[in-house]
Ligand binder design. Structure first.
Ligand code: GLN
Length: 562
């Protein structure tokens, strides 16, 4: 196993995750099999309990792991399926160490950060790096490890020490350290400053790790003189000073690295040149360039709770992007804070209310993404009602599907106060209820998490066609509540159709409204499996419907002439 460790210095938010995944892309393009590990030095055992407001979305894996959103970047960039163990946190490590301690596995020894915690980290990395993630057998050739946070953070110290030991044991040929840093430009002269990078490299060195490469983030391309200075003062060969300057879209980053021959230098360092091929990046190049030149855009109203921080819905935004690019369109996402649509807002914040409604009316389609808690629910219900009554394409994801059901029950069935028991525990008309899975493999947790099968009930529905007439789909879930099986009958009589159900037939997975051009709700999260070049079927459907192309697309698809 060859390891590529990516660390970060100077400031957080440098795009270390994108840099690390782009390095993976370039190595993969050279014919190597690549896996990845993200280390988050925080104490949470996983990202499941972290607020999207603060930390961005919680990404969900096939195995039900609730992980840092960077794992989403790795899955999308490398087209792999990761496991929960590919995300290491301090919480997970301590949990495993403490469990061992309780079992007496340390045989009476004093349990310490060094060596016990550091050994646990090393073992974890060595065990997880060999899990195949690309559907093929046997371990990958290269494991890209991203160390979250900034070098020097107190909480990352045990990880740095463990990685130092790993480096020492596997040797120079098998370990390559890339340090991502920032080159700011200050003052009127606009000089590119190397001092912060020098300091952070010194810090890394003091901890026993020597960077072999620097990946320098900058607004403009680095000057030759800046590179020379960095090389000299940071003790890194000048050919190994990579520059990631600002680019129009992130798909350019693997290309930027390739243009600087980063792949060759990394392969040389890792002694992999003989097994690698020249990088194949045609598809990336095409996608990056297509995106830069898109003329037409489509307006998508995203009506949610966490709209202040776009990272809260990162995978949804990416899935929209994948679908739009497939139709040569630029996504124009209009964020609407659901609470701004509510009646009360017309009095408390009239301007925001007017603006929110104007934005909603101007959009070509409406998307209500997942969420927890009752904030903004009334606004989401109004958005769902608006879309249903005005034939505006609607995609409701998880909470968005539950909203569609509640709205339909209230407006069409006249069930007063129909609600989810999540928002009103005593509702007279519980149309969405808590349905714990009781799975033997998910003991102790009440959330339905990870990949579950949905059986399509009929080939004669939009969703089945969009999913290429599959009889089933496996998508990822993260929810507790579901459509109450007792009201399915009356909802269907009134016109809704549940065209996708789980294997027991009790859990409603997909709803459609056949009297509407595209009114679809899904209990799962299709965004997590969308890939550049392989957009999620439902996002594609939404975009096709928003641009009036759905029918023609489905006809062509059914004729096999796509
Ligand atoms: N809060 C809802 C539930 O738990 C929806 C969850 C979601 O949208 N991910 O079922």
């Amino acid at each position: 196993m060859k390891y590529v460790l990516v660390t970060g210095g100077v400031v957080s938010g440098l795009g270390k995750g994108v840099t690390a995944s782009s390095i993976g892309v370039v190595l993969k393009a050279c014919g190597l099999r690549v896996t990845s590990i993200k280390i988050d030095p925080y104490l949470n055992t996983d990202a499941g309990t972290m607020s999207p407001f603060e930390h961005g979305e919680v990404f969900v894996l096939d195995d039900g792991g609730e992980v840092d959103l960077d794992l989403g970047n790795y899955e999308r960039f490398l087209d792999v399926t990761l496991t929960r163990d590919n995300n290491i946190t301090t919480g997970k490590i301590y949990q495993s160490v403490l469990e061992k301690e309780r079992k007496g596995d340390y045989l009476g020894k004093t349990v310490q950060v060094v060596p016990h915690v550091t050994d646990a980290i090393r073992n974890w990395i060595e065990t997880v790096s060999v899990i195949p993630v690309d559907g093929k057998e046997g371990p990958a050739d290269v494991c890209v490890i991203e160390l979250g946070g900034t070098v020097g953070d107190i909480e990352s110290m045990p990880f740095i020490e463990a990685l130092r030991q790993l480096f020492f044991s596997v040797g120079q040929d098998n370990f390559c350290l890339i340090h991502v840093s920032l080159i700011p430009v200050l003052g009127v002269v606009g000089e590119q400053k190397t001092k912060p990078t020098q300091h952070s490299v010194r810090e890394l060195r003091a901890l026993g790790l020597t960077p072999h490469f620097l990946a320098c983030r900058s607004a403009e391309p680095l000057l030759e003189s800046t590179k020379l200075k960095l090389s000299q003062f940071c003790h890194v060969a000048d050919g190994n000073i990579l520059n990631i300057h600002d680019v129009p879209n992130i798909w350019h980053i693997p290309l930027l690295l390739r243009n600087q021959n980063a792949h060759d230098a990394i392969l040389k360092h890792l002694n992999l040149r003989s097994v690698a091929t020249p990088p194949e990046l045609q598809e990336w190049t095409k996608r990056a360039e297509t995106f830069d030149n898109l003329q037409n855009s489509v307006r998508i109203a995203m009506v949610g709770k966490y709209v202040g921080l776009p990272d809260s819905y990162l995978s949804v935004v990416k899935a929209l992007l994948h679908a739009c690019i497939a139709r040569s369109l630029k996504p124009s996402v209009d964020w609407i804070a659901a609470s701004d649509l509510e009646d009360e807002s017309s009095e408390s914040t009239p301007e925001a209310h007017t603006a929110a409604w104007r934005t909603l009316r101007e959009a070509a389609c409406v998307l209500v993404p997942g969420g927890f808690g009752d904030r903004g629910v009334r606004g989401m219900l109004l958005a769902a009602k608006y879309a249903r009554e005005n034939n505006v394409p609607y995609l409701g994801i998880c909470l968005g599907m539950q909203i569609a059901v509640i709205e339909f029950a209230r407006s069409v069935l006249g069930l007063q106060g129909a609600n989810s028991t999540e928002f009103d525990a005593d509702t007279q008309n519980p149309v969405v209820i808590f349905m714990p899975e009781g799975s033997k493999t998910h003991m102790g947790s009440t959330m339905r998490l990870g990949s579950r099968r949905t059986l399509l009930q009929t080939p004669d529905c939009i969703t089945a066609k969009l999913y290429h007439n599959s009889e089933y789909v496996d998508e990822r879930h993260r929810h507790r509540y579901e459509v109450n099986p007792e009201v399915v009958g009356i909802l269907e009589e009134a016109g809704l159709r549940f065209v996708g159900k789980d294997e027991s037939g009790k859990r409603m997975e997909i709803l459609e409204n056949p009297s509407h051009p595209f009114y679809v709700g899904v209990q799962f999260h299709p965004e997590f499996k969308s890939r550049p070049g392989r957009p999620s079927a439902l996002f594609l459907g939404l975009i096709l419907a928003a641009t009036g192309q759905l029918e023609a697309y489905l006809t062509k698809q059914q004729n096999g002439s796509l």
